[in-house]
Design a protein around this ligand. Structure first.
Ligand code: ZN
Length: 202
């Protein structure tokens, strides 16, 4: 799977900036007028997702229905800035954090999972980047298999919705429409990459 990542990786990493500020993901602002604006691909009529953003199939119909309701209420589409991450994508993201010296234990809420990733990096880094990436992927994949998520985007059932460009009334409408559909809204609008994190599963 790692070998399959290549040309699309950069675009993908642009799309992954929707993590809360505290999570140490500062690759690029998802709100910057960068390549993502030009390459954005419409997924449905009522929402769009950046290239590489994976909307979990299990929640896609509910997301589409929410987006349709939001469009009816506001006339605007939803912009999905992050979806479900595969372990190798999370590994690439955290490898970049570690390579530039970030303290991932401090930056990630799941301290024990982040510590395990940092320890794998410390052990594997001397073997080169590919070996380090493989080691991180192995650790994160095992964590996911055990139900331990270093990022909540490893768990299927969540997306981030951009909230810059939405006024107060539109933001309130999004929260109200989501909650009416049993979708939990985590307000991350005051972080460096302002968004609402929508949890479709408990
Ligand atoms: Zn999120």
């Amino acid at each position: 799977m790692v070998a399959a990542m290549g040309a699309g990786t950069i675009a993908l990493l642009w799309a992954l900036a929707g993590e809360p500020a505290g999570a140490g993901v500062q690759l690029a602002s998802s709100d910057a007028a960068g390549p993502i604006e030009a390459e954005r691909a419409a997924v449905s009529g009522d929402y769009s997702a950046a290239p590489g953003v994976e909307v979990p199939p299990a929640i896609e119909p509910r997301l589409a229905e929410l987006a349709a309701a939001f469009r009816r209420a506001t006339g605007k589409p939803l912009v999905i800035t992050d979806g479900t991450r595969r372990p190798e994508v999370q590994a690439e993201l955290m490898l970049r954090n570690l390579e530039r010296g970030d303290d991932v234990v401090r930056n990630y809420a799941n301290k024990s999972a982040a510590r395990a990733v940092a320890e794998a990096y410390a052990q594997a880094r001397a073997g080169g980047r590919a070996a380090a990436l493989a080691a991180l992927t192995t650790v994160i994949r095992a964590q996911v298999a055990a139900g331990d998520y270093v990022s909540k985007h490893l768990r299927e059932g969540a997306v981030d919705v951009r909230c810059t460009g939405l006024d107060k009334r539109e933001r309130a409408a999004l929260k109200r429409l989501a909650k009416a559909r049993g979708i939990a809204v985590v307000d991350e609008s005051r972080t460096s990459t302002p968004h609402y994190h929508l949890n479709f599963v408990r």
